[in-house]
Structure formats: structure tokens, C-alpha cells
Design a protein around this ligand. Sequence first.
Ligand code: PGA
Length: 253
Amino acid sequence: MLELGKRLVIGNWKMHLLQQDAVRLASAVELTIENIPLEKVTVGICPSFLSLHAVNTARNEKKLLLGGQDCHGKDEGAFTGNVSAAMLRDAACDFVIVGHSERRLYQHETNAEVQMKAQSAIKYGLHAIICVGETERQRKEGNYLQIVQRQLEESLPPDSTRSNVTISYEPVWAIGTGNNAGSEDISEMHEHIKKILHARIGAEIPRIIYGGSVKPNNALEIMSLPVVDGVLVGGASLDSSAFASIIGIASRM
Ligand code: PGA
């Protein structure tokens, strides 16, 4: 469970690590979280689909949550190469990332598809982490708030609540570039997202986390922002000591 009230630190391993390496890294993350207080933070990792089983089997306890990097929007069917939310649930996942910009860009996923994915995740008991974020060009053109608003409004399933959905703001220009968004940019967008969620869902709005070049040296500044409920970490989550230090920062705040 992605317990409410806790800060989230999620590692997105993307298309990295063969099974043995995935198990090794997951064990290192488990060791990290065994030695820190977890009252304030929930830690999850998203290995490749093919490593989920091995990582789940190697887990000692279920304190380290498991997530998928994507799921299909339909329950089942003739969709070669895809994985359903039910399959992820069956593989012991607690949550799933949907609408990551790498999928929106390279797989041409639309907001409507992302909404179906999130809806299916919720239906099968997975918490959906819905990613939104503008490209560098959109930011330069100045209409980034409207772009993200549209992504959010069209990607959010009608029955979203704080307990079944988290929003991850991931500016595309900050992902994998080493250039994280600055505090002002993050605050502006998170406030904007908060207002949209408030209008749509009411007072108990979903958590809003940030992703895009989160590293040990910027995690404190980012997570200190009152509008940030956690981080989605790509590159740095593949390095056990970097990820441990981000988790440590989140747990001490
Ligand atoms: P990054 O990736 O931390 O490597 O920038 C973040 C993400 O894609 O979620």
C-alpha cells in the first residue's frame, strides 16, 4: 500500500538491469530501508516486467513496494507485447507508472489512453502514478501551464482519489539531462496541479511528486518544497548509494 500521509520515493529502473542485477539492487534497497525509520516515507521500485518475479521472490518483507512501468488500458485481449494491470497485480505489484513522457513521446500514447491505463490500474487494485510534464519547446513558448492542465484533466480517471492516484510532474527537459527543474518552477507547477485537482476531486487531493534529474545533491531542496510529496527517480535509482541517500533525506525530513 502506498500509505497516505507519507512521502513517496519511487525508483524507475526503465529498460535497465538483467534479473540478477535487478535482484542485487533490490536487495541493496531493502537493506537501506531496514536501517531507516519509515514512518514518513514509502519506497517503491519499478524493475522491468521480466524482473518483477525475481525481485518479488527475493524480497524479505513487503516494506519495499513493487511497481510496473506501464500497463495496458484493457483488461485483456489481443495486444501483442503488452501487460495488463491484472497481470501486474498478479506479479505482486502495488502500483504502476502510467503516461511517462518516454511512452507519450516514443509510443505516442495519448491522454485518453493514459486515462484508460490509470482506470484499469485502479480497477485491479493498483495505485496509479500518472505522469504529466511539458517539453522544452512548450516551456519556451510559454504555454506550459495549459499543456500540463490539459494532460492532467484528460489523463485523470473520473474516480480518482488520494488513495488510488498520485500525480508525478516530470518536465521532459529535466528527465535524464542532469538539469532538474528549479524550486520556483516546481512550486509554480505543483500549485497549478493542486488547484486543478482541488476543483476536480475536492479537499483530499492526490499526492503530487516531482521527477526529473533528482539526485542526492538536490533531493533535499526539492522535497523541502511544501507542495512536493515525494520524488520519482530515474538514473539515480540505479545507483544503490545514491538512491539510499535520497531515501535517507526523505526519511529525515
Ligand atoms: P531521471 O528520470 O531521474 O533519470 O531524470 C526521471 C524519470 O524519468 O522518471
